[in-house]
Design a protein around this ligand. Structure first.
Ligand code: R5P
Length: 306
């Protein structure tokens, strides 16, 4: 990879991951100044010669979602105006992905609006990880490379050598994900059916469960842990059904609201997530393990350039 033709920039969302990615590639981050004006607007300055380059911008659009999304778009616009030939956005966590359809009339399709922002600011390709719904691929008229962290999570789970393991999908929409994890591990699967309340979108309730779990070690796999409410409801029903041990896996640690209280319960033996979103020291809790997806992303950047 020639340093003249490729530039890798990091937004402000997750500089630690960006540094790990470029380290694995054997490069350093390109120069960019990104600060906030006193009124909260971004001030962006690309301090590099980028004309005719392939430029990458690493930025999860995690909390603060709107700031991180707009910062990414502004960096892309700056690169485009300086003549970057291709601009690839590496978005380890794609915010707004859960709003990819209208659940009731009067709602926007927020994921489509986010995709339009990215494309209209000059991004020519997106690389992302375990996006909430594959529908989102259709919102882009540019290439989207969808990576999966499931194999990384599977490796960690395998090392735990759980007794009588069963992979559990915490909702019907996640069955494919659970099947894929179960395939890597060669474990059976079970499915929990949940519903989300319209009035309180953070609240869920478990309706039913399918599959044999009694006396087993359950590995719940989800794409996102936000408040941990879904997990808690799942753990309750699994424990009632006789599950002995619970390991929770998810790609994206959104971690908001009561997540610490919910995930730190004694009924949960381990929580394994990746570093698509930064988890500060204060946000960590006992039994939390973070697996890095830096190599996954570094490999994707390398093969995108070749
Ligand atoms: C929703 O369908 C997602 O896959 C997750 O299950 C959800 O975002 C988790 O949210 P929470 O942790 O707040 O229950």
């Amino acid at each position: 990879m020639s340093s003249n033709t490729v530039k890798i920039f990091s937004g402000s969302a997750h500089p630690d991951l960006s540094r790990q990615i470029v380290k694995k590639i054997g490069r350093s981050l390109s120069n960019l100044e990104s600060t906030l004006f006193p009124d909260g607007e971004w001030s962006i300055w690309v301090d590099e010669y980028v004309n005719n380059t392939q430029s990458f911008i690493i930025q999860p659009t995690s909390q603060p979602v709107n700031d991180n999304l707009i910062e990414l778009c502004l960096i892309a616009d700056a690169l485009r105006r300086e003549g970057a030939r291709r601009i690839t956005a590496v978005i380890p966590y794609f915010g707004y992905a859960r709003q990819e359809r209208r659940v009731r009339s009067g709602e926007p399709i927020s994921a489509k609006v986010a995709a339009d922002f990215l494309v209209s600011s000059g991004i020519t390709k997106v690389i992302t990880v375990d996006v909430h719904s594959e529908t989102i691929g259709g919102f882009f008229n540019i290439p989207l490379l969808h990576l999966s962290a499931l194999e990384l999570l599977a490796d960690r789970v395998k090392n735990l050598r759980l007794k009588d393991p069963v992979v559990v999908s915490p909702d019907v929409g996640g069955v494919r994900r659970a099947r894929n994890l179960a395939y890597y591990l060669n474990y059976p699967i079970a499915v929990v059916e949940k519903r989300r309340f319209f009035e309180e979108r953070d609240k869920t309730e478990v309706l039913a469960m399918g599959g044999e779990v009694s006396g087993k070690s359950a590995i719940i796999i989800d794409d996102i842990i936000s408040t941990g409410g879904t997990i808690v409801e799942n753990v309750k029903i699994l424990k009632k059904a006789g599950v002995k041990k619970v390991v929770v896996c998810a790609t994206h640690p959104v971690f908001v609201g009561n997540y610490k209280e919910n995930l730190g319960q004694d009924t949960i033996d381990k929580v394994i997530v990746t570093d698509t979103i930064p988890v500060s020291k204060e946000k960590k809790f006992k039994n939390l393990e973070i697996v890095s997806c830096a190599k996954l992303l570094a490999d994707a950047v390398i093969s995108d350039h070749l």
